[in-house]
Design a protein around this ligand. Structure first.
Ligand code: FAD
Ligand code: MLT
Ligand code: ZN
Length: 466
């Protein structure tokens, strides 16, 4: 329970302007991109430095105040949602790019730097920060680390875990840890940095990071292909792999996803005269000495009768337009209806069987509920979105979608897949953790949480089933 004395402490430390209590601010800072829970924090505090974060955390620890760490609030698992009078600690003011090392190819940033700012700063010095997702303009590097974000370039560069060389974190007792100092190689005992990546704000608050940069990919070429059968999509990936093409993205979406984008995204146009059941978006680097890779690749894929049509972007504007067909799916679906989201993953060689087994579940789903599927197919990551008409009661829609979701999670369990490939567990999937983690694993995770946060004050209710 927050008292006036607590607010006085925060105001003295940060200044009145950075201690937010108005209903509008509490509503905004108490939620992420999900709209399932009612936000109800007591206060949002906006520290300007690691020292501020440590002081707030020490104080909250002493006063037994729960904290919800908050980044760009684009999360899709209700990880940054505060429903229970918590203190929201937003990293939004800690947004400095502190240094760029063009020789070691690293960048040191504060946690509140957005993904796009990091990308742009790398570009300015002729380098490349590879994490890429449609929320890049808003999401923070700290949030990317806390969720171990995946994104559309995972197939080539990996996710956020692969980009983090060093981390500064504030522990639940206020201690500041500097982990791995930006080293590329370091085999001195346990790599504690890894524990905080993907921990969804339950173990520590990320305040700084040293991230890995790379040389920019050579000119990339973008193609969208129309595909008749899902089973042909992994085969297309196989052709790309055997041709030694350097893929930078291998995404897919269904006709339903495509139609929703055409309906809601400003200026979206289908590249083909006729609709197709499935589409693949392929991005690949040009070959050595500027060699075209896309045309010969498509010829082979056509020759194998794996696609019915294809278009190659002939300008960067057209490449952007084609990417829009994939990247605008999330926002378009949100405009289209009520949405419940899954982000599952399976071994790539099991995708076709899984989709075949999914068919009867899709057919048995309520007729007014669409199952819209898209995702990072090259990583075995499918986004299944349950979409219902907005005229329906939201709670009733969620209950009906949950019935179908449980059937899909049961099926996924048989494939030993994951119920969350990239968005995390947050508040949304705590009941489903057991589908992907054994009791022994969950128990060990609880012990680690108990060791670092014995009072359970960092992001309570997240990840673990109650
Ligand atoms: P928030 O939503 O603010 O927080 C997410 C979690 O991290 C919460 O548990 C929070 O407590 C914790 N947290 C935040 N900052 C810190 C910190 N500094 N220290 C400790 N914990 C912290 N995700 C993907 O993986 N791949 C995608 O392709 C992708 N595309 C998206 C597209 C759209 C349009 C949208 C809306 C979302 C997408 N996401 C995607 C989800 C989301 O953008 C990512 O999960 C992102 O990494 C969240 O970052 P954030 O700063 O917004 O975090
Ligand atoms: C994506 O791949 O577009 C994101 O993960 C967002 C989503 O699942 O809607
Ligand atoms: Zn995704």
């Amino acid at each position: 329970m927050l008292h006036e004395s607590h607010l006085s402490f925060f105001r003295q430390l940060l200044g009145d302007a950075y201690v937010l209590t108005s209903p509008n601010d509490l509503e905004a800072y108490g939620r992420d991109w999900t709209r399932v829970h009612t936000p109800n924090p007591s206060v949002a505090v906006l520290p300007a430095s690691t020292a501020d974060v440590a002081a707030i955390v020490k104080y909250c620890n002493r006063e037994n105040l729960a904290i919800v760490p908050s980044g760009g609030r684009t999360g899709l698992a209700a990880g940054a949602v505060a429903t229970n009078g918590e203190v929201v600690l937003s990293l939004t003011r800690m947004s400095k790019i502190e240094s760029v090392d063009t020789i070691g190819m690293t960048m040191r940033v504060e946690a509140g730097v957005t993904t796009q700012q990091a990308q742009e700063a790398a570009k300015e010095v002729g380098l490349f920060f590879p994490l890429d997702l449609a929320a890049k303009g808003s999401c923070h590097i700290g949030g990317n680390i806390a969720t171990n974000a995946g994104g559309v370039k995972f197939i080539r560069f990996g996710g956020m875990r692969e980009q983090v060389l060093g981390l500064e974190v504030v522990l639940p007792d206020g201690e500041i840890l500097d982990l791995n100092s930006g080293l590329r190689k370091n085999n001195t005992g346990y790599d504690l940095r890894q524990l905080f990546i993907g921990s969804e704000g339950t173990l520590g608050i990320v305040t700084r990071a040293t991230i890995r940069l790379t040389a920019p990919p050579r000119n990339v070429q973008v193609s969208v292909m129309a595909v008749r059968e899902f089973a042909d999509i992994p085969k297309i990936l196989g052709v790309c792999n055997r041709a030694s093409v350097q893929l930078t993205a291998f995404e897919f979406f269904t006709r339903e996803a495509h139609e929703i984008v055409l309906q809601h995204a400003l200026g979206a146009r289908s590249p083909f005269a006729e609709m197709s059941p499935f589409y693949v978006l392929l991005e690949a680097e040009e070959g050595p000495n500027g060699a075209q890779v896309m045309e010969p690749l498509l010829e082979e894929i056509f020759g194998d009768e794996l696609i019915t049509d294809a278009v190659i972007a002939s300008s960067s504007a057209q490449a952007k337009e084609l990417w829009g067909l994939r990247e605008n799916i999330t926002e378009s679906i949100a405009k289209h209806g009520h949405v419940r989201k899954n982000d599952i993953s399976l071994a790539i060689n099991q995708l076709t069987d899984f989709i075949a087994d999914l068919e009867p579940i899709v057919h048995a789903a309520p007729k007014d509920m669409q199952l819209v599927i898209f995702g990072h197919l090259g990583d075995g990551n499918l986004h299944i979105n349950y979409v219902g008409p907005k005229t329906q009661d939201f709670a009733a829609f969620q209950t009906r979608a949950r019935v179908v979701e449980l059937q899909i999670f049961e099926l996924l369990g048989r494939y030993k897949g994951s119920i969350s490939a990239e968005h995390g567990i947050g508040l949304l999937k705590t009941k489903d953790l057991h589908f992907s983690r054994s009791p022994a694993e969950i128990e060990l995770m609880r012990k680690i949480k108990g060791l670092l946060d014995p009072k359970g004050l960092f992001n309570p209710g997240k990840i673990f089933p109650g």
